[in-house]
Design a protein around this ligand. Structure first.
Ligand SMILES: Nc1ncnc2c1ncn2[C@@H]1O[C@H](COP(=O)(O)OP(=O)(O)OP(=O)(O)O)[C@@H](O)[C@H]1O
Length: 706
């Protein structure tokens, strides 16, 4: 019996084989683990190749598995599988080594000479090298293998670095440091970010130790016993389940000494980290069978997302571990908690009902004031609710920082009855705003510690859309200390601006425990760049009163630039959507047509259905899209989702930004915030695309895409 690990490449190559060949390869690996010397496997040393550790075994007459042997350790790394010829061609120039500087396990190709790179052929010979300012020793500290230094020195333009990565001429962990340098980071920044922990002494013969490092685990999966092997081979090989980025792995495992905040642009795997964190925490609880330490509460913003997360957790956790995780959207949790303790009211979720109550309360406004209903709604959401203001005396002293209209104490006293009336109307209708419900629940918990549910850790996804009261409740739910709170979010995706939060003001201290993910695993770099450009110049917060940045945020995949087109009519737009689906051989159920308003979505649906295209409206009830149906949704609905292709449709002047929302703002500051939210909606929508994005409008295009 030997230990076996798999490279990410192995799975990629396995998936290219026929199902029958895949099953033969799996059988060969299982047999190999039991008995490497089994005659049927033809275990063979590959001589005259770059790496003398390489071996091959047979999956069938023609299919060969290439592996690297660390025989002293009884450890074998499955690297690649293919038909005989291509398998050996692949293996000829590969090396698998423990990097002497970083201690990580690296696989790369060694080419004679420098880049075979067409990208910089036309460049003048005198052009400076991309990394001239960095010494060889520093390059090696970043994990660049010594043999690849000449290649690095031959790089002149950005594309050279990407080509080297795509040709496997650079190990991925070394690429990351080089990418940061190229994008303007200092050596120290790149080093700290990509090589955060270096072992004191690296033993380049010790593959097992190297394999345990997070950098190695990003590209190698270990299966050191038969059960683990069966699990790895039986999985449907979704990479996020196994190959975590080193930053993702560091965040998701190990004890944390207090609240952790993880930021990251769209698609950087924040939800994946949150799920793996939940799994790790629940595993610790499962190990302490019978302990009364409680559950992991995984909260997110909407019911749909909670359902998605539950499904994905089912894929990575055993039943015993799942028992320790409760996934729920916070609104549902709070309503059920309050019901249990005898409170009986619903949450105010309906915008029409909300407007009706506000119009009624507005009658209390003094005749002398010309403040609009919109002003009162904003004041309520940004001042009254976040600061839990319930009396006129407190309101007179409340901080109104960031509000565009000045109000002295007397004016505040004069308008206070509007808020009082609104609160009264809520109560007499047996309704609460979510913030009120969160506050009630928190106060109950603070006054009656016995009511505290047995929760040992809280995980928060989409944290940017949770407000102050939500975080204060979460703080009250779980005792301060080890592994208490783990929050992932992205201020760039805040589409409910009233919920902006400063964690420190909610009693959540994240100092020294925050991280930022930078690799977008979902979207092509072309789509990502367009999405980011829509937010250019918009200051984005880091959920704790500071500013966030998208520096070094990048995608590893490339594709065509998003197609931006303006049509004469809605009909032409609908036709173009269907033509694009056909021309790009897209599957309708893996695509989504996204528009700013429900009205536009409805019209698009009619236009598409009148062309015999079946449609599926994403409306918050989590149902599977029927085969052949095309998804349709508003921009707010697609948060957290992803599709092969997205059609951002009806990107018309007046609809983006949505005129009536922006112009209803009562002052310039609010107007700017609203416009930023409109931009965030476009950012969210574009970054749902895995492969292709289309930006379509009709009549006059939005000024952002004109
Ligand atoms: N380590 C990984 N390896 C491969 N794929 C990954 C990895 N991490 C995440 N992904 C994939 O990237 C995509 C985005 O991941 P995820 O939804 O967790 O990102 P996110 O940061 O929460 O996104 P958003 O904020 O845009 O909703 C998913 O398809 C996920 O499976």
């Amino acid at each position: 019996m030997v230990s076996v690990a798999f490279s990410e490449k192995y799975f990629e190559s396995l998936l290219k084989l026929t199902p029958n060949e895949q099953s033969q390869a799996n059988k060969a690996v299982m047999l190999f683990q039991q008995d490497p010397q089994h005659g049927g496997l033809h275990y063979e040393r590959l001589t005259a190749f770059k790496d003398n550790k390489l071996r091959s075994i047979r999956a069938n007459q023609d299919v060969r598995i290439i592996l690297a042997a660390a025989e002293k350790e009884n450890l074998y790394l499955m690297l690649y599988v293919d038909h005989h010829e291509p398998a050996y061609t692949w293996a000829a120039k590969r090396k698998v080594e423990v990097n002497p500087n970083t201690g990580s396990l690296q696989m790369f190709t060694v080419e004679e000479g420098v880049l075979q790179n067409p990208a910089h052929q036309p460049m003048p010979p005198v052009q400076a090298g991309l990394f001239d300012a960095i010494r060889d020793r520093q390059l090696m500290q970043l994990g660049v293998p010594e043999e690849t230094i000449p290649l690095i020195r031959s790089m002149k333009i950005e594309a050279d670095l990407e080509i080297a990565r795509d040709n496997d001429q650079l190990p991925p962990d070394a690429y990351e440091g080089l990418f940061m340098l190229m994008a303007g980071a200092s050596f120290e920044e790149a080093y700290q970010e990509t090589v955060p922990t270096v072992p004191d002494k690296v033993d380049i013969e010790d593959f097992s130790t190297a394999l345990a490092r997070p950098e190695s685990r990003a590209h190698f999966a270990v299966a050191d016993n038969e059960q683990a092997l069966q699990e790895v081979l039986s999985q449907s090989l979704e990479k996020w389940r196994v190959f975590l980025h080193p930053a993702q792995r560091r965040l998701s495992t190990g004890d944390k000494n207090g609240p952790v905040r993880v930021l990251g642009g769209a698609g950087t795997g924040k939800t994946v980290v949150a799920m793996h964190r939940a799994k790790w925490l629940a595993e610790q609880l499962a190990e302490k069978q019978g302990s009364s330490e409680g559950q992991v509460l995984f909260t997110t913003f909407t019911r749909n997302l909670a359902a998605d997360i539950q499904q994905n957790l089912n894929k990575i956790c055993s039943q015993a571990v799942l028992k320790h995780i409760e996934v729920v959207n916070l609104d549902a949790w709070v309503v059920s908690f309050l019901k249990k303790v005898g409170y009986d009211y619903g949450l105010l979720m309906n915008a029409k009902e909300e407007n009706r109550l506000w119009n009624d309360a507005y009658a209390e406004k003094p005749a002398s004031s010309d403040l609009t209903v919109a002003f009162f709604k904003e004041e309520w959401a940004r001042v009254v609710q976040p600061q839990s203001v319930t009396t006129v005396e407190v309101y007179k002293k409340a901080s109104r920082l960031g509000r565009g209209t000045r109000l002295n104490r007397q004016q505040r006293a004069e308008i206070w009855p509007v808020f009082e009336r609104y609160r009264h109307l809520l109560a007499s209708n047996h309704l609460k705003e979510a913030d009120d419900a969160y506050r009630d629940a928190r106060k109950l918990l603070e006054a009656n510690p016995d009511l505290r549910p047995a929760i040992s850790s809280v995980i928060v996804d989409e944290a940017q859309d949770m407000g102050t009261q939500a975080f204060m409740l979460l703080r009250a739910l779980v005792p301060e200390g080890k592994n208490d709170l783990f929050m992932v979010g992205d201020g760039h995706q805040r589409i409910y601006g009233k919920n902006k939060v400063v964690l420190g003001q909610c009693g959540i201290n994240i100092r020294g425990r925050s991280a930022r993910l930078k690799v977008n695993y979902r979207t092509t770099d072309e789509t990502r760049q367009l999405a980011v450009s829509v937010l250019e110049g918009v200051a984005v917060d880091d959920l704790d009163g500071g500013e966030d940045t998208q520096a070094f945020y990048h995608s590893l995949m490339h594709g065509p630039a998003p197609e931006i087109r303006c049509f004469d009519s809605m009909d032409e737009q609908a036709e173009a959507i269907l033509v694009s689906i056909e021309d790009n051989a897209l599957v309708p159920e893996a695509c989504c047509v996204i528009a700013r308003t429900r009205k536009e979505v409805t019209e698009l649906k009619h236009a598409l259905e009148s062309r015999q295209q079946r449609c599926h409206l994403l409306d918050g009830r989590s149902t599977r899209t029927p085969d052949g149906a095309l998804n349709l949704a508003t921009m707010h609905r697609v948060k957290g989702l992803e599709f092969d292709a997205v059609f951002i449709a009806s990107v018309n002047r007046g609809l983006l930004p949505l005129d009536f929302v922006v112009s209803a703002a009562s002052d310039a500051v609010t107007r700017r915030q609203r416009e930023n939210e409109e931009r965030a909606l476009v950012y969210v929508s574009l970054t749902r695309a895995r492969k292709l994005a289309f930006v379509f409008g009709y009549g006059h295009m939005s000024p952002w895409f004109a």
